[in-house]
Design a protein around this ligand. Structure first.
Ligand code: GLV
Ligand code: MG
Length: 347
C-alpha cells in the first residue's frame, strides 16, 4: 500500500491527476459489443441512447484471429459516435496475452480522451492493477489525455477473490469490480458449465420425516459468498460492485433473479450480453417506485436524520434514515439520466 501522500500523485509526468471521488454515474448495465462485427458496430449510435455504458469487448468471445479487427473496430466505433452521458468502456485482453500491450497503446493513442473505463480481466492481485495504472499514466502523458482513464477489474480467479480487498483499494484509478462467474467457476473447479445463475444440485434438503420421499429441497445461491465479499471490498474502498454475465438468454426470469440478488446485496449494475438483458437490468437496477415513495416518507418524517418515528407500523430511526437515503439518492440519480424513471418516481 502506498503512503497517503503518494496515493494521489500522477504516475507519469504530464498525466492527469487521479480523481479523488468517482464521478456520480448511473451504470445499471454495461452492454457488451463485439467490435469486429461491422453489422453490430453500425448499431452502436442507436444503442448508446438506450444503455448506460457501451463496452467494446476485445477479450474472451472474440476469436484469436479477430483480435486486431476488434481493436480497430473499437477505435472506429469510439471515433464515430457521440456518446453523450453514456459511458464508453473497453474490455482489454488479459495482461499475459499477446494482445494486451497493443490494446492499450493503440486505443489510448487513438481515442484516449473518449475512453472512460478499461475493464481488466483475470485480475489476481493489486500488482495487476499497479501495472496497468502505470502504463495508462505513461500513455495518457504521451497522448495528452486530459482526464484519467479508470480501471474496472473482473473478479474471476480464486486468487483474485482472496485478494479482493487489496485490489479494490490499491489505486485511485479503480472504478469498480465485476464478478465473472464463468472464469471463476473454472478457476475454482466448481462443477458447473453454466454462466452465472443457480444450479439445481446446490441445495439443502429438509429433515427426514415419517412420510416416504420426496423430501423437500431448497436451491441455494452459488454466488452469494463471492458477491458479498466483493461488495464489502468495493463499498469500503468507495468504488462500485457489479454482477457480470448471465449466459442463458432463453431464461429471462432466472437472469432477473440473479440481477436482483446482486442489486439487493449492494451491486450497482450488471453486464448485458443480449439486447433482452438491457430491459431486465434497467428494471432491476432502478429502485422500485413503491420503495422510493416509502423511503421519501422516511426522510420527510425525520428531517435531520435523528430520533425515532413509526410509519405504517414500522420503526424508523437514524439507521433506517440512512437506508432510505441510499434508495432516494439512487432514484434521484436514475431520474436525472432517465426521463421515464423521472416520471415513474414523480421527481
Ligand atoms: C466473465 O468474463 C466471466 O468469466 O464470467
Ligand atoms: Mg471471464
Amino acid at each position: 500500500m502506498k503512503l497517503p501522500n503518494q496515493f494521489y500523485r500522477p504516475l507519469a509526468i504530464g498525466a492527469p491527476a487521479p480523481l479523488r471521488e468517482l464521478p456520480v454515474k448511473v451504470e445499471r448495465m454495461i452492454h457488451f459489443v463485439p467490435p469486429h462485427l461491422e453489422k453490430l458496430r453500425a448499431k452502436v449510435p442507436e444503442l448508446a441512447k438506450q444503455v448506460d455504458v457501451v463496452l467494446g469487448n476485445l477479450e474472451d468471445a472474440i476469436p484469436a484471429d479477430a483480435k486486431e479487427a476488434a481493436r480497430a473496430g473499437f477505435i472506429e466505433m469510439a471515433k464515430a459516435g457521440d456518446f453523450g452521458s453514456t459511458g464508453l468502456w473497453t474490455r482489454m485482453n488479459a495482461l499475459n496475452s499477446p494482445w494486451a500491450l497493443d490494446d492499450m497503446i493503440e486505443i489510448v493513442g487513438a481515442v484516449g480522451d473518449k475512453l472512460d473505463v478499461v475493464m481488466l480481466p483475470k485480475v489476481e492481485g493489486p500488482w495487476d492493477i499497479a501495472y496497468l495504472d502505470q502504463l495508462l499514466a505513461q500513455l495518457e502523458a504521451r497522448n495528452g489525455v486530459k482526464k484519467p482513464i479508470l480501471i474496472h477489474a473482473i473478479l474471476e480467479t480464486a486468487e483474485g477473490v482472496k485478494n479482493v480487498d487489496a485490489i479494490a483499494s490499491c489505486s485511485p484509478r479503480m472504478h469498480g469490480i465485476s464478478l465473472g462467474p464463468a472464469d471463476l467457476a473454472a478457476s475454482r473447479a466448481m462443477k458447473t458449465t453454466r454462466v452465472g445463475g443457480g444450479h439445481p444440485d446446490y441445495k439443502v434438503i429438509a429433515d427426514a420425516g415419517e412420510e416416504p420421499a420426496p423430501r423437500p429441497t431448497y436451491q441455494q445461491d452459488l454466488w452469494h459468498y463471492t458477491i458479498a465479499k466483493m461488495v464489502d471490498a468495493c463499498a469500503s474502498a468507495g468504488i462500485k460492485a457489479f454482477y457480470g454475465p448471465f449466459g442463458d438468454f432463453s431464461d429471462p426470469t432466472a437472469c432477473e433473479a440473479q440481477f436482483r440478488n446482486a442489486f439487493l446485496l449492494g451491486c450497482a449494475g450488471a453486464w448485458s450480453l443480449h439486447p433482452s438483458q438491457i430491459v431486465i437490468a434497467k428494471k432491476v437496477f432502478s429502485p422500485d417506485a413503491a420503495e422510493v415513495a416509502f423511503a421519501r416518507r422516511v426522510l420527510e418524517a425525520m428531517p435531520d436524520g435523528t430520533g425515532a418515528v413509526m410509519i405504517d407500523g414500522r420503526m424508523q430511526d437514524d439507521a433506517t434514515w440512512k437506508q432510505a437515503k441510499v434508495i432516494v439518492d439512487l432514484a434521484k440519480q436514475v431520474a436525472a439520466t432517465d426521463s421515464d424513471y423521472a416520471k415513474i418516481y414523480g421527481f
